[in-house]
Design a protein around this ligand. Structure first.
Ligand code: FE2
Ligand code: FE2
Length: 270
């Protein structure tokens, strides 16, 4: 069986996340020898989007595609970067006319084509177009060229992510969830061969509230008013997901969830 390895790295949070990527990308590339590397960069520019500056770092470390999300729009330079690079994606299902693109086809070194699709959920998020129907449209466009399709579904609600994964089971190779910044332990290959994890988790500081300094985050909930967020710095971890896909069928045959370094186990029995 011929297989193709895809390494995905979860939301890079500012400089701490980029530094973590610098540290761990070489050993990850050495371990998995992936054919394709995809990185979610929606928070790379200090939490707000991904400009050419961060994009160069991420591509320079071996990424082939950068995916986005709701924070892609936070910084004008990040929007400009979208316009200039075909392999820097924003969610496909933003209304027609929004700049940038939500999918691309990449050719690996071995000459295999892989389609990468970025979608965004609508539950507790902006009421954009339907991600389910957008995914069907992208599949209809790319399926002439490849049956290896990777989906980054940037969404808040567990149920919406699980529903989309089942909707796409057997139609795409991998569905990874992003956006919550907290890794879930439910990775599995669905009955028809689609690999799925509800959320890959973030590559960023965990002494924080999902990557941001805790005081402002707590005050937002206490006072229900906007607060000035700052990227936190400490206890940085990298979250990722590796999948191996059968190049004949486009189905996933092996998956591994990545958390580096692992959290220290706390003992409660002393
Ligand atoms: Fe994020
Ligand atoms: Fe997000």
């Amino acid at each position: 069986m011929n297989t193709l390895g895809i390494l995905f790295i979860g939301d890079i949070i500012g400089k701490p996340g980029l530094d973590m990527l610098r540290t761990w990308m070489p050993p990850l590339l050495n371990k998995y020898k992936p054919d394709l590397v995809i990185v979610n960069g929606e928070n790379a520019a200090d939490g707000k989007g991904c400009t050419d500056k961060e994009g160069e770092v991420i591509f320079g470390l071996g990424a082939h595609v950068i995916t986005g999300g709701n924070h892609t729009w936070d910084r004008p330079q990040s929007q400009d970067y979208l316009k200039s690079k075909a392999n820097v994606l924003r969610p496909q299902n933003y209304p027609r006319g929004t700049h940038g693109t939500g999918h691309c086809i990449v050719e690996t070194k071995s000459g295999k084509k892989v389609a990468v699709m970025n979608l965004q959920g609508r539950t507790f998020m902006a009421s954009i177009d339907c991600p389910f129907r957008a995914s069907e449209w992208v599949i209809s466009r790319v399926k002439q060229e490849t049956n290896i399709i990777f989906v980054d579904f940037h969404a808040e609600a567990t149920a919406e992510k699980t529903a989309l994964a089942h909707f796409l089971d057997g139609k795409v190779s991998v569905v990874v969830g992003t956006h919550t910044h907290v890794q879930t332990a439910d990775e599995r290959i669905l009955p028809n061969g689609t690999a799925f994890i509800t959320d890959v988790g973030m590559t960023g500081p965990y002494e924080s509230v999902i990557g941001m300094k805790t005081v402002a985050a707590v005050n937002r909930f206490l006072y229900q008013t906007p607060q000035k967020y700052e990227t936190a710095q400490n206890d940085v971890h990298l979250c990722g997901f590796y999948s191996k896909v059968d190049t004949e069928t486009g189905k996933s045959v092996f998956i591994e969830r990545i958390l580096l370094p692992e959290f220290e186990k706390q003992r409660h029995d002393q």
